[in-house]
Design a protein around this ligand. Sequence first.
Ligand code: GTP
Ligand code: MG
Length: 363
Amino acid sequence: MSLSIGIIGLPNVGKSTLFNALLGKAQAAASNFPFCTIEPNVGTVPVPDPRLDTLAKLESSAQTTPTTIKFVDIAGLVKGAHQGQGLGNQFLSHIREADAIIEVVRLFADENVAHVTGAISPQDDVETISTELLLADLQTLDKRLMKEEREAKTDPKLRPKIALCQRLKQHLDQGLSARSFSASDEEKHYVDELFLLSAKPLLYVANVDEKQLHDASVLEPLRGALGSESSKIITINAKAESELIDLNADEQTEYLTELGLDEPGLNKVIRAGYALLNLITFFTTGPKETRAWTVREGTKAPPAAGVIHTDFQKGFIKAEVVSFTDLTSAGSMKKATEQGKVRSEGKDYTVQDGDVIYFRFNV
Ligand SMILES: Nc1nc2c(ncn2[C@@H]2O[C@H](COP(=O)(O)OP(=O)(O)OP(=O)(O)O)[C@@H](O)[C@H]2O)c(=O)[nH]1
Ligand SMILES: [Mg+2]
């Protein structure tokens, strides 16, 4: 499964710096000039999960394998991008391909790093980006409406779709995102097919400096601008996090302590990104390997087995399932089985986050 999160924002706000920090290597060029990134950089990042090591210890696994998530570092956008300003439409198509979005907002003060509008103003920056996404969506909707009105002349069944598009257009015209549009399940399905940018799950990363890192008040202007969406802000010092790359484990711990952090801020970003995509983790474990696997929330046992191997899904018989909590409190798979904590589940079972699963299948 290759679900991806696109990193967006104004030029020169630290998107590539964050991307490199996430990857733990300097894959993307990050420099102090706007539009440094043109072609998107793509990277796969392991999802940190302390449950992996706990399970591996329990089963004396030779190897542990985390699950992964894909990040795409996209070119910066400026006012007028929807009309082709800056890198314009090319950039918008890269956002369209992402399953969710992280928007980097610059809060850090550094007179050596140019801001495209000349002043640091998180409110204005957030407003610029959301306006561009909305205007691009309105263009998409207008094109769709024109096409459907033409086709409705011979196919009147399209009328309800046209009415829906018009309702959605009115909603966007008020400056509201497609994310907040209320629609029935059937209508939602249609809205999904429009691949609107403002419909994508969104998370804000406030890129702060060392001084701001532990001062929640610096977020106030951003919170004010985001209103009800302000719960989705993660604070990070992208530059410091990217400097961790070149340090050994001891030096990293020392640097994090200096920054007043108990783990890299990146872990927060990765976990939040994972949740943003509605993803959950299940585990397989044994002497050879303990491994984490990713599925969408609500996935049934056979397709979950299919993530491991298509044969597991085709020949699915049953899933032997124990929750991570039950397994760890029992202390071993043997004890968990004796205590009746290992359940036998069929094809209608919905996989839960933290399930440890052994799939039985026919070959
Ligand atoms: N002081 C400071 N500088 C930062 C921070 N994050 C990034 N920078 C600097 O800002 C400049 C731009 O960083 P990039 O990561 O290239 O920015 P970008 O958003 O990818 O820019 P484009 O690709 O041009 O859109 C670089 O010189 C970074 O070192 C930060 O947290 N603090
Ligand atoms: Mg960049």
